[in-house]
Write a protein that binds this ligand. Structure first.
Ligand SMILES: [Zn+2]
Length: 466
């Protein structure tokens, strides 16, 4: 048996006691964390692989709770629009996403997540244009290639414009077909075992793109099959007005009526909540995927994160789709979450650097139902570990390692382990060629743009690719 030993690093375990070591060790066996403690690792005559952790901070791998990987192919559009304007500009482009575009976008998005310290990623995929191929299978394969633990959500839209919804009819699906595809995704991909690399969730898209029947039936199906539920909620004031007009109540009450609050549910955004709604999240254990950069990009508002955490709700972090957060990196969301919480009017004690790290790790694990397996560095958990350099110009001398990670410059990992497997080392991705990912993304982004404008592909026509 080969053990993997990391020594000489600062460690923020994010365990129940929030144990930290200024200089400690981590020992990994069979993909699980075996020993974590101060000083050097206990001596052993086993065969071992050693990682020199000097000058670095070890944290649990970050958990991304909300994303739309396909949007990597449509970055930089609708830059100054509200959510509804942005969606109406992008839906007609997204209608042309196919398997090759999905593959390039998913690979690029997952590479960006890995480099920024993410070991477990969720993706909310609700776009299934006719004849586009099995886009869910394509992104699952991309996650396998990059080497991340993956929680793809089989999303859906069945409320088109002709029935009072926001999306054009051509990007919606038939309800029976959606439910059959959800069942098939669970049968084919969902792995309930503790070290699972893939787990499925069901995720109708949003109140303004999904019928009440589909919301209800998705919840019934998810509970019958033991998978989790996810959707967008209370992202903007436009959405609130839409719900009051169409359903006669605010978004949270709408969800509660449909059986959508509970500890098997996590919801993206939750920006516009009143005090009583925050309390209901805590009482029911409903999770929140906080996406501070995307909310800022769309000018949607700031989620009441400190109040949600005080109420007892799990609050994980998400980058959201790259069409509303072009960076798509999770490490930077730690800083963003801290800054917006303080700016929201609650002052400098609203969220500490350590609390921001908790959102990105153990809270994210709770959102995905995996707090027994990931989210902290403890004996018996999966060896999902991020090592961050503290001795480069961008962090050298910052008095506290956790502050260096959260408050310092854009954090990229030096080393990333997923189940003890090295995915990043020396700051370089070891599983997939980043240059290939970038070239494919450029080619497929251009191809999508020309498909949507119904003009010849610039590469096939030889006019614009280089
Ligand atoms: Zn989203």
């Amino acid at each position: 048996m080969t053990r993997l030993v990391i020594e000489g690093c600062a460690i923020a375990t994010v365990d129940g006691e929030r144990t930290e070591h200024a200089d400690g060790h981590i020992v990994v066996r069979h993909g699980y964390l075996d020993e974590i403690g101060a000083g050097p690792a206990p001596v052993s005559d086993e065969e071992e692989v050693r990682i020199d952790g000097r000058g670095m901070l070890a944290t649990p791998g970050l958990v991304n709770c909300h994303h739309h990987l396909y949007q990597w192919a449509t970055r930089g559009l609708a830059q100054d629009n509200t959510l509804f304007e942005w969606l109406q500009e992008l839906y007609p482009v997204w209608a042309y996403v196919d398997a090759a575009i999905e593959q390039a976008a998913a690979r690029a998005g997952l590479v960006a997540l890995a480099r920024s310290g993410c070991t477990t990623a969720s993706d909310h995929h609700y776009l299934f244009p006719r004849d586009a191929g099995d886009l869910l299978a394509v992104e699952i394969e991309a996650a396998r290639e990059v080497g991340l633990r993956f929680h793809p959500c089989r999303g859906s839209m069945d409320l088109g414009r002709s029935a009072g919804g926001l999306p054009p009819d051509e990007v919606t699906e038939d309800r029976d077909a959606i439910l059959a595809a959800c069942e098939a995704a669970i049968d084919e991909f969902h792995d309930p075992s503790p070290d699972a690399m893939v787990r499925i969730a069901l995720a109708p898209c949003s109140p303004f793109s999904v019928t009440q029947d589909l919301m209800r039936e998705s919840a019934e199906l998810a509970r019958a099959r033991g998978v989790r539920l996810h959707t967008h909620m209370a992202e903007t004031e436009d959405e609130e007005r839409f719900c009051i007009e169409l359903f006669g109540c605010r978004p949270v009450e709408y969800l509660e009526r449909l059986g959508w609050l509970g500890d098997d549910v996590w919801l993206a955004h939750c920006v516009h909540l009143d005090e009583q709604e925050v309390r209901r999240f805590g009482e029911t254990g409903t999770g929140v995927a906080h996406c501070p950069s995307s909310n800022a990009r769309l000018g949607a508002g700031i989620a009441p994160v400190p109040a949600l955490v005080r109420a007892g709700a799990p609050v994980g972090l998400g980058v959201d789709g790259a069409a509303s957060n072009e960076a798509g990196e999770l490490g930077g969301e730690l800083r963003q979450a801290l800054l917006v919480a303080r700016l929201a009017g609650h002052g400098p004690r609203a969220l500490t650097a350590r609390e921001a790290l908790e959102l990105g790790t153990i809270h994210g694990a709770r959102c995905l139902g995996r707090e027994a397996e990931i989210g902290s560095l403890e004996h018996g958990k999966l060896a999902d570990v991020a090592l961050w350099r503290l001795d480069g110009l961008d962090r050298a001398g910052i008095a506290d390692p956790v502050a260096a990670l959260v408050l310092g410059a854009r954090p990229l990992v030096d080393t990333l382990l997923v189940g003890g497997r090295v995915v990043v080392s020396g700051g370089e991705l070891r599983t997939f060629d980043e240059g290939v990912a970038a070239r494919d993304l450029l080619a497929q982004s251009r191809r999508l743009a020309s498909r949507a404008r119904k003009v010849p592909d610039p590469f096939l026509a030889g006019g614009g690719g280089s």
